[in-house]
Write a protein that binds this ligand. Structure first.
Ligand code: AHG
Ligand code: MN
Ligand code: MN
Length: 340
């Protein structure tokens, strides 16, 4: 069987579906190329001296791993010169990275989490890169891009995706016309389409949550999980399975392929305390999940409807199986009414 490549897919999207301006196609190609290089570094592991931590912390106060910084630099360098971007933002950088004056500027904004699942780097488990693309507001022409220009809701994304560095290196992408998966053919160096128009299976009884955070959960999340743990004896009447890899890319990828629900709820005891980042993790994953027929909320509101209030804003995340996500929302609503 003749399989399509990423390049061919993008050209066909540009030609047929009219979904893709040429600049955006170039941007995606360059991000995908940078992910190949990151994949190469990740795969070298201890042999490439890329494992371990640095002395530095990122803006979120998290200790940076060597690979966080290497991947961040690779993405910046790869995307600076192409002329397709106005600016970039990364989980690993305090503020935005403007395109240097020596290069032409374009109309897109690129946001990324260079290495997602950093705690898995040193133990040889799957990590990934997550990215999101927005259009710069029209008003930026003739002036410097600012952080505020990035603060657009997830609905404004024109492309989103992730690379996952696991048993294979995969790229999963949406430009708003469905979700497509490509596998890196290392011998040839090409991304080959291995799954198209992906729809996530519904009705599967599997949840992903870090159970050790139970003390932080809201009553709605606690009720949802406790009922599932009760299995056939409980109100769901079904036994559920649980998985947690601590790499959002890997957990979300599993959910796209075989269904279930992923949750990293906010800490209900402290206002605005959550782990995952809206702009680099929640929004791109929500775009992919919704495109594949699932749902994504902060426990109540669709994530992509939120108006961001900061580049590094963190949010609760509940995504995957539509009916299960709706059950969480219904519990949150009814419990809010009960306490009102
Ligand atoms: P990052 O490595 O980019 O900081 O993201 C890690 C995130 C996400 O990938 C994962 O779902 C979650 O953190 C795991 O958190 P716990 O270690 O608290 O389970
Ligand atoms: Mn991450
Ligand atoms: Mn990260």
């Amino acid at each position: 069987m003749q399989r399509s490549t990423l390049t061919r897919f993008l050209i066909e999207q540009q030609r047929n579906a009219d979904a893709l301006p040429a600049e955006l196609r170039l941007l995606i190609e360059i991000v995908a190329r940078a992910c190949k290089t990151i994949s190469h570094s990740v795969a070298k592991g201890a042999l490439g001296e890329v494992l371990g931590s640095l002395d530095s912390e990122n803006v979120q106060g998290e200790v940076q791993k060597k690979l966080d910084v290497i991947a961040n630099e690779l993405l910046l360098e790869a995307n600076e010169w192409g002329g397709h971007l106005a600016a970039m933002a990364s989980e690993e950088m305090e503020t935005i990275h403007r395109i240097p004056n020596r290069y032409p500027k374009g109309e897109y904004l690129l946001l990324f989490d260079p290495i997602d699942g950093s705690s898995n780097i040193d133990v040889g488990l799957s990590v990934g890169t997550i990215f999101s693309v927005l259009k710069a507001p029209e008003a930026v022409s003739g002036r410097d891009v600012t952080e505020e220009d990035f603060l657009q809701s997830g609905r404004a994304q024109v492309a989103a995706g992730y690379a996952i560095y696991g048993p294979q290196t995969l790229l999963v992408l949406t430009v708003g016309t469905g979700v497509y998966e490509f596998t890196l053919d290392r011998e040839v160096g090409s991304w080959i389409m291995t799954d198209s128009a992906m729809t996530m299976p519904q009705g599967k009884c599997e949840f992903a949550i870090n159970m050790s955070n139970r003390r932080q959960w809201s009553p709605a999340i606690t009720r949802y999980i406790d009922e599932r743990i009760e299995g056939t004896a409980g109100p769901c009447g079904k036994d559920y399975n649980m998985r947690w890899t601590a790499s959002m890319v890997a957990d979300v990828h599993r959910i796209l392929k075989r269904g279930g629900i992923f949750m990293y709820p906010a800490d209900s005891r402290v206002a605005n305390k959550a782990k995952l980042r809206l702009m680099y993790e929640a929004n791109p994953m929500s775009f992919l999940i919704e495109q594949a027929g699932g749902a994504a909320t902060d426990g109540l509101t669709p994530l992509m409807d939120l108006a961001p209030n900061g580049l590094h804003q963190r949010v609760g995340v509940v995504l995957g199986d539509k009916a299960e996500v709706e059950t969480v929302t219904a519990y949150a609503r009814s419990m809010a009414t009960a306490t009102a």
